[in-house]
Design a protein around this ligand. Structure first.
Ligand SMILES: Cc1cc2nc3c(=O)[nH]c(=O)nc-3n(C[C@H](O)[C@H](O)[C@H](O)COP(=O)(O)O)c2cc1C
Length: 180
């Protein structure tokens, strides 16, 4: 079975985007998935001085090994001021310092969630455009969930609206088909 690496681009312990990727992870049928928390890879803000003085941190190498071991990626990212959070970009900056493309010509499914009505869609579009430059082969940016607290049942960990739930399931099935 092919397996993907699944994570949120947030460093919040109560991340909405983490909730969304957990739900997406639970919907997978034909793909295996390793759900990780990027907060476990504790990284300084990228600095060429740090890299020159002490080299690439072992945590970056550990994360890169996970990227190597998986066949694709499923990511839900918050939007901070219209862009990906500095935390997420920092992780990508460190990964880019290791030889080879970050996403290694593998497919990526992007999602996003926000408490406001727009579902972090500006950043979702940004990421759809930028991630191919980081080596993604196919990017699906198909699911954004606005008004998260109204639309997500935090007790049951499900979407409140059945149509939204079906829309997410369809996105996941379409992504899985890429690996058949
Ligand atoms: C510095 C900062 C900037 C933000 N900018 C945006 C924004 O541009 N668009 C948006 O939809 N939400 C924005 N938000 C609200 C986030 O969507 C909200 O904090 C959300 O919970 C972040 O996702 P997370 O819980 O997965 O970390 C911002 C929040 C912070 C702290």
């Amino acid at each position: 079975m092919k397996k993907i690496l699944t994570f949120s681009g947030s460093n919040s312990s109560a991340s909405l985007n983490r909730k969304l990727v957990e739900l997406a992870h639970s919907k997978l049928e034909t793909l295996g998935s390793t759900l990780i928390d990027l907060r476990e890879f504790s990284l300084p803000i990228y600095s060429i001085d740090i890299e020159k003085d002490t080299g690439i941190p072992s945590e970056v190498k550990r994360l890169r090994a996970l990227f190597d071991e998986h066949d694709g990626f499923m990511i839900a990212s918050p939007e901070h001021n219209g862009m990906m959070p500095a935390f997420f970009k920092n992780t990508m900056d460190w990964l880019s310092r290791i030889e080879g493309l970050i996403f290694q010509k593998k497919p990526v499914l992007l999602m996003s969630a926000s408490p406001g009505p727009r579902g972090a869609a500006i950043n979702l579009e940004n990421m759809k455009n930028v991630i191919p430059h980081w080596g993604a082969s196919v990017v699906h940016a198909s699911f954004s969930m606005g008004n998260f607290y109204q639309n997500f049942d935090l007790e049951k960990n499900t979407l409140v609206n059945l149509e939204d739930d079906q829309r997410l399931t369809t996105v996941i099935r379409n992504f899985e088909e890429l690996f058949q």
